[in-house]
Design a protein around this ligand. Sequence first.
Ligand SMILES: Cc1ncc(COP(=O)(O)O)c(C=O)c1O
Length: 374
Amino acid sequence: MELFDVYPLYNVTPISAKGIEVTDEKGQKYLDFYGGHAVISIGHSHPHYVDRLKKQLDQIGFYSNSVQNPLQYELATKLELLSNCEAYQLFLCNSGAEANENALKMASFHTGKAKVIAFHNSFHGRTSAAVAATDNPAINAPINLQQEVTFLPLNDFETFEKAIQSNDYCAVILEAIQGVGGLDEPTTEFYQFIAEQCRAKGIVLIADEVQSGFGRSGKFFGFQHHGIEPDIISIAKGMGNGFPVGGVLIHESFKASYGLLGTTFGGNHLACAATLAVLEVLEKEQLIANASIMGAYFKSKAAEIPQVKKVKGRGLMLGLEFDFEVTDLRKRLIHNQKLFTGGAKNKKLLRILPALNITEAQIDTFFEALKNEL
Ligand SMILES: Cc1ncc(COP(=O)(O)O)c(C=O)c1O
């Protein structure tokens, strides 16, 4: 059987990985400054992560959400502690798109309305409502277009204020730092304005922290740079360090009822063990502080390179903008310098998403490699 051919693949075959180093079948090592789309948060095959998953698998890997699973409570408690998000309830699922799908569904249940506001260059996933709220017509099939989504420019106060006069909206969804779009951000004033307007109008504010969450921005959540409190927070990616897991933090003012949300796999024992391992390593190794310090170091090094026109992002969710398209540069970085980086919808942007335990020496290696190719 052929694979359904939807991914343009680099000709690299990783067979093992450790920290930020990935090794292919010929023994060639690569430095991973991309983490497989921002997924690797504590480094590949972190010993504590491997150990916790192996032990869990020896005990019980899976049972569905029809029996008690104490790991879910342990996870919720640890997540509350590290994120300082105290007024929320946790629903666990399997991916970022599913997290946003559930977030949007909860907003619609809660308000009895259906329309959504999203922003230009947003990316929220590929399922029905999540993809409809994604600013990319090419990945929206006709079936997705039955959702009613209004796309607005980021940081445009007047347009936003005008749009929400209609009283039809159940949700506003936004990324604290746009990932796939290209690292643009709402200003603090704009995010606070949105939060105030949503509160005044009874619209549910959804913070999509699928990519910017779990410490990547240098705070536990990206919105915490702006002093706001969303109604719903969606999480995935770095949460499982490669184990497929997602979730939604739902404000305690939202009422749960049996059957309202559900999933077969979500919150299973292995997924909880993976997420707990990530949280434990983030805490023990102080990786959120490291993300902030290494992000500042990365930016200072980037400022020394004349070809870099702009450095975007926060913590270790970073982008280098050039005045040329980076497709070829990315290929040369992989094949000549043995270094993984990412692209974005903004074709002139190189995306940098390393594990949060990266060191100054590894960042120095990155810049040497980049200079060689520039
Ligand atoms: C901000 C954001 N939200 C949602 C998603 C979708 O996540 P997933 O691919 O796990 O469904 C992504 C994926 O890139 C993302 O960056």
